[in-house]
Structure formats: C-alpha cells, structure tokens
Design a protein around this ligand. Structure first.
Ligand code: T1G
Length: 676
C-alpha cells in the first residue's frame, strides 16, 4: 500500500506532499507518513526548512471522520501536531481549498502559514458535536486572539484567507496558481529566522468580557447543544493563565467527553446522512444528466417566487408564469424585495441583485415555457388544477423537458398519467420559505426516468438544497410523519393537555416550535373546508371564527403586534366545549405521554414508510426532519433518536397507548438491531 505522503527535495527545502483524495482527510496513513517525513527533514542536515502541502482540491480537511469510534492508530493527531511544532527547523503550511479541523490544527503546529487567496481555514468540529482535539483550542487563541477563536470554534464557520491574514493566522497570501513555488520561496526566506514562532509558547490576552458577551449573544443559537459551550470553555482555559500543558489536558478531557456523547454521534450521523441522501441506490452515479439551461416556474406566489430565487441565485435563468398581471407584478416585486433585503444586510452585492432580476422573465403567456428544460408548477394544491396544468405543459413543452410538481401531498403518478410523457414527470417538494429551507423532497413516480431523477438530484446540489428521494405516498416522507403527530396533539387537547403544554414539551425537546405554534405560523386555515357552519373539530371552530393564526393575530394563541404569542382564553373555552361534547375523560397528561404519542408515532410512521419502500434508508428520514422541520441536529433525526431512546422503549411506549407497531420496528426492537 503506497503511502499517501511523498517528499520532494527542492535544494535545501523539503516539500512534504499529501495525496489522499477526496479531501486529504488525516487518516492513519497520512499521519504516519507526515511523521516520517518530518523526522526525515529534521534529521537531514542539508534541509533548512520544510513545506507541507496537499495535492487535489484541498489542504487537509480534517481528521478522518470514518476512523472515529475505531481503535486509534499512532501517531494521534495531537502527537503529530506536537512533533511538527517541536521541529528545530521551520515548517511552513501551504494552504489551498479548506484547511479544516485537524487540517487547521496541523497548520497551527507549523511555524508559518501561507495560503492562496481563495483558501479558507476553520475549525468546524462543533458541527460534529466536537471541538478541535489536537491543540486547536489552545493554539488558535494564542495566534488569533480570543474573539476570533470563539467565533471559529464555537460556530464552526471557516474564514477566508484574507481575514485570517489580517488576524495573524496566515503569514502571507501567495499566488493563486503558484502556491507550491511561492511556499518554497517563503520557506527559503525564513529558513534561518530564529526563534521559531511556536504557538504553544505564546500567551493569550485574557478577555473575560468577550467570552461573557459571546455566550450571551449566542445563547439562542446554542440552545440545547453541548459542543459550543465546551469550545468556549477551552478558549476560556487558554486565556485564564493556565499553562499550555494544562490547557491541552483540559481540551483532551472535553474532547473525549463530547466524543463519547450522544450529541456528537448524532451530528456525525447527519454529516454522512446528508451525503448519503444524494445517492440513488438503483441509479448508477454516472447516469448522464439532462442539461438544465432555463427553468420555468408556474405561479408567482410565495412558493413560486421562492422557488424561482433558488435558480436565479445559482445563475440559472427563470421564466415565471402567472395568470393575472397583478399577481405577476406582485410576485416579481417580492423576489426583488427579498434580494434587496439580502443586499441591505451585506449578504449580496447590488450587481448580484441586478443579475438575478435580469435573469427573471415574467410572463402571462404559458407558451413562453416552451424553451424551458425544467418546469416546476407551484399552484393551488388541488388535483384538478395540477392535471390541467400538466395537460397544458404536455402540449407545449419541448421533448425532454422535465415536468415537476411542487405538490406537498398529491399523487405524482396520477399527475403524470395526464401527460404523454410520464417518464419526464417528477415531484420537487420545496419547503416554505422555498428560498430559505434547505430540504427538497424529490418524489419519484412509478414511471419517472432514472436520468430525470438523477438530473433533479444533481440540480438540488447546484441550488444548495439537501435533496431526499421520496416515493409516491400521501405526504411523501415529512408531511406523512407530521400527520400522526398532529392527530395525537389534537386528541391530547381533548384529554386534558393544553396547546402551551404540548408546544413547551416539543420546544424543550429541541424543536424550533411545537405543533400549535407551527399551525399558527403556517395558517390554521390551511386545508380547511372553508365552511364556517361546519364545525367538527377544534380547528374548524378556530377557523370559523377567523382565528387563522399569526396572520390574523389569533390562532391557537393570541398575538400582539410583534407576533408574540399568549395563551388564548377563547381557545381554552373552545377546547373545553369540545371536551364536554366529545365525552373524553379529562385528566392530567404527563410530558412523557406527549412525547410517546406525538414523537414515537412519528418514528412508527417512518418505519412504515421504509417498509413500503417510500424512502431509501432510515437516515434519509432523519435528513428530511433536520432540514425540513428543524428537528434538533444534536438528536440526529427521528430514526436515529429512536435508536438512542432504545427501540424496546419506543415499542413499549407505542403499545402502552394502543398504537399498532410497524413490524420492522418491532423486529428491530426484539433483535436489538437497527431500523435500516
Ligand atoms: N473525513 C472523512 N471523509 C470526509 C471528510 C472527513 N473529514 N470530509 C469529507 N469527507 C468525505 C465526504 O463524506 C464525501 O464522501 C467526500 O469526502 C466529499 O465530501 C481532531 C476531530 C471538506 C468542505 O468537519 O466540510 O478534524 O460521499 O461531499 O461538498 O480536531 O467535506 O464522496 O463518499 O462534503 O466539496 C473536521 C468535513 C473533522 C470537515 C468538502 N473536519 N468536511 O465539501 O464535498 S473532525 C470537518 C466538509 C476533526 C480534529 C477533529 C466537506 C468539505 P463521499 P463532500 P464538498
């Protein structure tokens, strides 16, 4: 097995090169090769300095996450970084791509760092529920200061080379296309400079106010997460006067605590689940894709406008169709306003707004869709409207155009059947707001062609969505699992729970909001039959009184002008009336019962979805709930969470309340296995 590490001599400079695709992860072979090379350079008197660089698209992008949980092979990353730093000859990190995690820590062990302008450097371990475990929490503040170290470690976003250079993290920005040569020249330039700058020998300017302010400013963002606070504690340790050795020991202790914890296992699960979701088990990865040069969107409402923005932001021109000029004008002006709002926040340059709007072609003429390669309808959620639209699309769209519906529930096969080209029909279920939410459910019809599916999955990546393949079933994956949750939540109201209690339990669990808060946000009137005289449920009663949610300042809660919710005495009355008329036994409902009846039932539905083949794998269901509904990533998604709860406990909880348990869930619980 050839080592992924090789060395090159450039006169007195030893260049150490890693070639470990796809991202030069710091697996055992890489670490062993680096150690051997550093020792070679240190021992060779004719070597005055060393450069470490990587082939391929990026500098080391971190420890090899696939090694976690397996016996660690020497040298561990902390040891390797110490060996680099202890060298009595200067070592220069030559950075391109993204120097992340352990990769960043390798650079911090080096005495100098040079980077190309496009490079980024970061410590994203916190997104895996971890912290930089190879000295990064102790070296980073010593080089870049407490504030930047807090931002980088506790939030995990990489910073561009230019900003890193301003912070002293990068010593020199070199030519974009001459990294290797420029790094060698830099190494020769500093080869005899002494003392060698070692991060571990620097001290950190304590900044307790910055730490306190950072914690306060980010309390909401970090709610429920363990890792951000552990990262902050390590930065605090680095700046409280403790020795470097004590700081390392503290970092190691905190790293192991997180590594052994459920949250990190959950977040690592999601890291791989995201990437797995993009793979279609029965479609070859090299399936030729259909070119998508222009997208058509039918409907310029909230969804249509949001959908259009995804493509415009990716530089793909959009033709957007409406039936009325007023609706078309309103829709395009909302798109413009959204872009201008982003520009006002500095997220977009004005010229980017102009470019996006120039790429948008509003029209009332359906025939203008004829030259589109993909058409997505986002109109009323009724089958007859969808069928009419697809019948018209079938008549005007060019051969090979992909015809997609944004339906969130309806049967794609039935829609496809009203065209002569069912193989070109697919579902693309965006989540509102479509230009913000990352999840895209790609609904595969019985006749959807493989290349259509592959094209849409690849396009999802282009528009920065996390796509999951769903089969044709009512509500697909996410909304189908939402149904038992909502049904049970309504039943619990009749039996004695309140909207506030149920929402509180869900928010405490880590959801961004509970079922009733979500209903008020989406609209209590969504799916309502619109007949105020027909009152068959609590929801009907609210809708009939115009309590349609936040948009009406009243739903399950009352809202002030800032949309702050308060429990509603009127809703309590309505619930009380229904309790009386339903004859339900009203009793104290425990928080545990709420979890069992609203979350265990979701897991059960997920197991049924898998049994029916409507999702490819359990981790896809986790991805749907993380990116479509805000399930707390530190719990890994419903199916992962059920494993951590213990499947026997989940089955017992379901049986206790008389729910029929999915066979696969029961079998997995009985065999100690996993839901696949
Ligand atoms: N280890 C193993 N495999 C990795 C990996 C890693 N660190 N990073 C990526 N891959 C795989 C990924 O699964 C995919 O595989 C392929 O590479 C391409 O990735 C001690 C403890 C670098 C920005 O968290 O952020 O260091 O699906 O699809 O979109 O302190 O990968 O092709 O089979 O994401 O171009 C810290 C994680 C680790 C960085 C590239 N580092 N990676 O994005 O490609 S913990 C990270 C990323 C650590 C130390 C600690 C991204 C990327 P496959 P991709 P991309």
């Amino acid at each position: 097995m050839t080592s992924p590490i090789r060395t090159e001599r450039h006169d007195d400079i030893l260049v150490i090169v890693s070639d470990n695709p796809p991202v030069n992860a710091l697996g055992a072979a890489v670490r062993q090769g680096l150690e051997a090379a550093i020792r070679e350079g240190t021992a060779d008197e004719s070597v005055t300095a060393m450069v470490i660089r990587c082939d391929g698209r990026t500098f080391f992008a971190g420890a090899d996450i696939t090694e976690f949980g397996k016996p660690m092979q020497e040298p561990g990353l902390p040891t390797l970084v110490d060996i680099i730093e202890a060298s009595d000859k200067p070592v220069v990190a030559a950075i391109h791509g993204t120097a992340l995690g352990g990769g960043c820590e390798v650079t911090l062990g080096c005495h100098y760092r040079v980077a190309v302008p496009s490079a980024k450097i970061g410590t994203p371990e916190v997104k895996l529920g971890l912290l930089p475990g190879a000295g990064g929490t102790q070296r980073l503040p010593r080089i870049a200061g407490v504030k930047l170290a807090l931002e980088m470690t506790a939030k995990g976003d990489p910073i561009p080379a230019k900003l890193a250079a301003q912070a002293g993290l990068i010593d020199r920005i070199v030519g974009e296309d001459s990294l290797a040569a420029d790094a060698i020249a830099f190494a020769r330039e500093i080869a005899s400079v002494r003392p060698l700058p070692r991060a571990s020998e620097k001290t950190v300017q304590a900044d307790p106010d910055a730490i306190a302010a950072f914690k306060k400013d980010n309390a909401r963002r970090f709610r429920g997460f363990e890792a951000p606070l552990a990262n902050i504690a390590c930065i605090e340790k680095a700046s409280d006067g403790s020795s470097f050795a004590d700081g390392l020991a503290f970092e190691r202790q905190e790293f192991m605590r997180l590594m052994m914890g459920v949250q990190s296992a959950a977040q690592r699960h999601i890291f791989f689940a995201d990437r797995q979701a993009a793979k279609i088990d029965d479609v070859p990865a090299d399936t030729p894709l259909r070119p998508i040069r222009r997208v058509g969107v039918i409907g310029a409402g909230t969804m249509g406008g949001g959908i259009a923005m995804n493509f415009l932001s990716a530089g793909i021109p959009v033709t957007i169709v409406e039936m009325q000029q007023e609706a078309l004008d309103r829709g395009t002006s909302v798109v413009r306003k959204n872009y201008e709002a982003s520009a006002a926040k500095g997220r977009l340059k004005p010229e980017q707004v102009t470019a996006a709007m120039d790429a948008l072609t509003p029209t009332l003429n359906f025939d203008d869709l004829a030259d589109c390669d993909l058409i997505i309808e986002a109109v009323y959620e009724t089958m007859e409207v969808k069928k009419d639209i697809f019948t018209r699309l079938d008549a005007i769209c060019k051969a090979g155009a992909i015809l997609a519906s944004n339906t969130s529930y309806l049967n794609i096969d039935e829609i496809a059947a009203c065209t002569q080209r069912p193989e070109d029909v697919v579902g693309m279920h965006f989540f509102s707001p479509a230009n913000v939410m990352k999840l895209l459910e790609v609904v595969r019809g019985d006749k959807t062609a493989d290349d259509v599916l592959a094209t849409v999955m690849a396009l999802a990546k282009t528009i920065r969505k996390v796509a999951v393949v769903a089969g044709v079933t009512h509500g697909f994956i996410g909304n189908r699992m939402l149904m038992p949750r909502q049904v049970e939540a309504m039943k619990l109201l009749l039996e004695g729970a309140t909207p506030e209690q149920i929402d509180r339990v869900h928010v405490a669990f880590g959801m961004p909001m509970g079922p009733f808060q979500m209903s008020d946000l989406a609209g209590v009137d969504i799916g309502w039959h619109r007949d105020p005289t027909r009152i068959e449920s609590i929801r009907d009663a609210l809708a009939a009184e115009g309590r349609w949610g936040q948009k009406k300042q009243a739903g399950f809660y009352d809202y002030d002008e800032k949309r702050n919710p308060t429990p509603s005495p009127r809703v309590a009355e309505i619930i009380e009336d229904f309790r009386k008329s339903s004859g339900a036994t009203v009793r104290e409902i425990s928080d545990d019962e709420i979890i069992e009846r609203t979350l265990y039932t979701m897991v059960n539905e997920g197991a049924l979805i898998l049994e029916e083949g409507k999702a490819q794998r359990a981790s896809d269901i986790d991805v749907v709930w993380i990116y479509g509904y805000g399930w707390p990533v530190y719990r890994g998604g419903p199916m992962f969470w059920a494993q951590t709860e213990g499947l026997p406990k989940v089955v017992a909880g379901l049986e206790k309340h008389g729910f029929p348990v999915a066979a696969s869930l029961k079998d997995a619980a009985a065999s100690g296995g996993k839901i696949k």
